[in-house]
Ligand binder design. Structure first.
Ligand code: C5P
Length: 410
């Protein structure tokens, strides 16, 4: 089986209104030469300096301009857009955009995206020297730099030089190669894609165990949580193989999906996807399969149902956890329980030999739902409750913990 190639890095480029906006077109070209995909957002003021058409032609994607465009929002909503990216670059970053970001003002697509993103933001300011040196702008810049953790904005430039307005001093936007360099440092650095270079295997969905050509045994599982985990790991830069049972979901972009039907096929696909740094087993594997699957459809006969003889399926999680030298460094299982959740999940963790288990109370509305609530239990006994939130949020939290684990253990 071939390995998935890492998906391209993605930049969301916000083009503000400034004479330097024409340099952003060059920046897009540089990104594309470095294998970085760009999606542009053009502000109302930005439109005065570059056309949406030229940005669209260079990025190869329609340019996003409005927060309230039904067409755009159904294609990829502004929240999704900010999550799609590995990095947000604002070039040129005007005094206005900087002020909005520093003060949490969200009144158009660009500023809303800046508030909604969970990725690093790189700003390349461009403005008149008097504006740049104004204490208000300087205070806003200082504020943005000081925001905690990932919210802290990184600045590149401005450069000193002659400006379009004829004055001289700091305020010129950094040249595109410098912006590219700063962007690549963030994209490839530990904050940008902390799982870059890591391989992950994720199982998702149910398995289907045939009884005869038309009937089978299966489990209830929409695959949504597992698919969200695959996507979140990929978003952090991991090369992900998603071993999926039959579900009606699109494969996340950049994730290699291997379709399987039965537990035995899932076991083989997981083995073929190893070695991996991390395995997350979220599939609802059928515990049994039918011994001696009928080759033809079993006919209904009056006065009796056929007796099915069942045999146990392999436990893929337990096998992967005990795989000796091919064991992934981190093996994560799921425990869907209805009783004493924590105790049952802890017992499952030690029985299966995995490192972490995501305990999931399925007595509430979970199957097929968009939201979930879980407790992450580690083999060292530590526990973390992730209260009810979307499956995508759960997945992002889990992927972030996985990234932290690798950062800390190295
Ligand atoms: O034993 P139980 O099915 O409750 O265990 C759940 C965990 O074990 C999940 O992570 C599931 O993906 C995994 N599993 C497996 N192979 C099986 C049964 C469960 O990988 N045959």
């Amino acid at each position: 089986m071939t390995s998935a190639s890492a998906r391209p890095r993605r930049v969301l480029l916000i083009v503000g209104g400034g004479i330097a906006a024409y340099k952003s077109l060059e920046l897009v070209r540089l990104f594309s030469r470095s294998g970085v995909e760009t999606q542009a957002i053009l502000t109302k003021a930005g439109e005065e300096f570059v056309t949406p058409l030229s940005l669209a032609a260079l990025t190869g994607r329609p340019v996003r301009q409005s927060l309230f465009s039904p067409d755009d929002e159904t294609a990829m909503g502004h929240i999704e857009l900010s999550r799609w990216a590995d990095l947000v670059v604002v070039a040129p970053a005007t005094a206005g955009l900087i002020a909005k970001a520093a003060n949490g003002l969200a009144d158009d697509l660009a500023s809303t995206t800046l508030m909604a993103t969970d990725k690093r933001v790189l700003m390349a300011p461009a403005m008149n020297v008097r504006m740049w040196t104004h204490p208000a702008v300087q205070a806003n810049v200082a504020r943005l730099k000081d925001f905690e953790g990932l919210h802290g904005v990184v600045f590149v430039g401005p450069d000193e030089g002659e400006m379009a307005c004829g004055e001289f001093g700091p305020g010129r936007m950094a040249e595109p190669p410098s912006i590219l360099e700063a962007a690549l440092a963030l994209l490839d650095g530990p904050d940008g894609r902390p799982l870059s270079g890591r391989r992950a295997v994720v199982t998702a969905g149910p398995t289907f165990e045939p009884i005869d050509p038309v009937r089978g045994l299966t489990n209830r599982s929409s695959g949504k949580q597992g698919y969200a985990v695959a996507r979140a790991l990929s978003d952090l830069g991991a090369e992900v193989t998603l071993v999926s049972g039959p579900v009606a979901l699109e494969a996340p972009a950049g994730v290699r999906r291997v379709w399987v039907e039965t537990a035995e096929q899932m076991r083989a696909a997981v083995a073929a996807a190893l070695p991996a740094d991390v395995a997350v087993m979220s599939a609802a594997v059928a515990d049994w399969r039918v011994d001696g699957v009928a080759t033809g459809k079993i006919k209904k006969a009056p006065g009796g149902a056929p007796k099915l003889s069942l045999i146990e399926n392999p436990d893929i999680l337990a096998e992967t956890s005990r795989n000796g030298p091919r064991r992934p460094k981190l093996v994560v299982g799921f425990a869907a329980e209805t009783g004493d959740l924590i105790a049952l999940a802890k017992a499952k963790l030690s029985r299966k030999g995995c490192d972490w288990i995501v305990a999931n109370d399925v007595s509430a509305d979970v199957f097929g739902a968009e939201a979930n609530a879980v407790t992450l239990i580690r083999a060292d006994g530590s526990m973390e409750a992730l209260d009810r939130r979307s499956k995508a949020e759960i997945a992002r939290a889990l992927a972030a913990r996985i990234a932290e684990h690798f950062t800390e253990s190295e």
